[in-house]
Design a protein around this ligand. Structure first.
Ligand SMILES: [Zn+2]
Length: 88
């Protein structure tokens, strides 16, 4: 399906952990994926952690390029992470 006004897609990406195999349509979905990866790394013990974070896909034509979230999106992501971790 082609759609010129394709909505933003999000991925979880880290230079060490690489990019998740999804193209999330919502920030909430990306955060759930991010937290799963964080937990998986933490469960390895030994201070292991995931360097993934949520990024936005750049232009649809270059799907391997990712750009930082906007300040608003970053705030939303941080709030969702805090809630998920029971810090609020
Ligand atoms: Zn994902």
């Amino acid at each position: 399906m082609k759609n010129k006004n394709e909505t933003a897609r999000y991925v979880c990406h880290g230079s060490v952990r690489g990019t998740c195999p999804h193209r999330h349509t919502t920030l909430a979905g990306a955060v759930r994926c991010l937290l799963r990866d964080w937990r998986r790394c933490e469960s390895l013990g030994g201070g292991s952690y995931s360097d993934r974070r949520v990024l936005r896909e750049g232009t649809p034509a270059s799907r391997t390029e990712y750009v930082a979230l906007t300040a608003d999106q970053r705030e939303t992501v941080e709030r969702m992470i805090d809630v998920a971790r029971g810090l609020l």
